[in-house]
Write a protein that binds this ligand. Structure first.
Ligand code: SF4
Ligand code: SF4
Length: 322
């Protein structure tokens, strides 16, 4: 009987590799094939989800266990079955979200008008949403710093990460999948999804204009803590313009004591003030390289953050526009 021979050069003759090579060589050929066919990196979550699905359907683990005992004809049969299963599953999922969770790890969605019912039904609560007011400094998903020309509402992210508030990393799942926001439904990682039209975005006016006592506070805060003016004041202060400090401190104190009133007198959860007023002004100043310290006397003091070499220019790495 002719002895099986394997040279170890799997790309020189893949068929010989399959016929007589060890299971590791077959796995390597399979990974290479799948990567080429899928066009997704081996480490991507989409790759991993589809690979698991195909391998389970084709009995891959069992084939690996028995590989050394399998004669070449049986190996050939298994490989054809693997290719057929792969083709079938990839055809079915070519332009379908396979719920791998990768986009949920990269940022939370921006809300659209179509999401209003989710707020009305309390699928989304106030404290789970954060307002990015006009003039906020954000990073695009591609990591480009930009200053917002128009207000956006966004699902909060899990502190210290880019992960959406509703994402459960342990199970790579979404806590509200059946009622997920519109932008998640439109997400297409296999191609660039069309951007929403400007008039589709949800803002605080849609939610709160009809509640005068709240709307008055929001508009007063927007005017007195306007991000553009605050940024200009910071730049002026850094240039040595003493007159820039007054509007800056006035904005800081207004922002701080308004939040105290909303949480203390109105009993709102602190997180809900991020929807009503955007993130606290000291956090915004932090993104410009300044540290606002509240003294025991209840007034603010400003310091330049040690980690910032160019105050006034640092994009906030923690705020990604989905
Ligand atoms: S759209 Fe997002 S969750 Fe769906 S497959 Fe693509 S990366 Fe994964
Ligand atoms: S709402 Fe759900 S689907 Fe949308 S980004 Fe968050 S975890 Fe993902």
């Amino acid at each position: 009987m002719q002895k099986n021979r394997f040279t170890g050069k799997i790309r020189t003759d893949p068929w010989e590799t399959l016929a007589v090579g060890p299971p590791e060589a077959m796995v390597s050929l399979w990974e290479e094939f799948l990567q080429d066919t899928l066009g997704a990196p081996k480490k991507s979550a989409r790759f991993r989800v589809l690979r698991r699905e195909i391998e389970t359907a084709a009995g891959f683990q069992e084939a690996c266990r028995n590989w050394r005992r399998m004669p070449p004809e049986e190996r050939g049969r298994f490989w054809r079955q693997l290719m057929e299963t792969c083709r079938h599953i990839l055809e079915e999922t070519r332009e379908v979200c396979v719920r791998c969770g990768e986009c949920c790890e990269k940022g939370s969605p921006t809300l659209l008008l179509a999401d209003l019912p989710l707020l009305q039904q309390e699928v989304l609560k106030w404290e789970e949403i954060v307002t990015l007011p006009r003039g906020e400094q954000v990073l695009s998903r591609e990591g480009r710093p930009q200053i917002l020309g128009e207000e956006r509402l966004k699902i909060r992210e899990i502190p210290g990460t880019r992960q959406c508030w509703f994402y459960v990393a342990a199970t790579r799942s979404c806590r509200i999948y059946e009622q997920r926001p519109e932008q998640c439904r439109r997400q297409q990682c296999w191609q660039e999804p069309p951007p929403p039209e400007a008039e589709e975005f949800l803002n605080r006016r849609h939610l709160l204009q009809a509640v005068p006592e709240v709307w008055e506070l929001i508009t007063a805060h927007a005017e007195r803590c306007d991000r553009k003016r605050v940024r200009e004041a910071v730049m002026g202060l850094l240039r040595g313009d003493e007159t820039a400090s007054e509007p800056l401190f006035e904005a800081l104190h207004f922002d701080h004591y308004l939040r105290q009133m909303l949480t203390g007198d109105w009993g709102l959860p602190a997180a809900a003030t991020d929807l009503l007023l955007g993130r606290p002004l000291p956090v915004f100043l932090g993104s410009l390289g300044l540290k606002a310290v509240l003294t025991p006397e209840g007034v603010f003091r400003l310091e330049i953050k040690e980690s910032c070499s160019q105050p006034g220019t640092a994009p906030d790495a923690g705020l990604v526009l989905g």
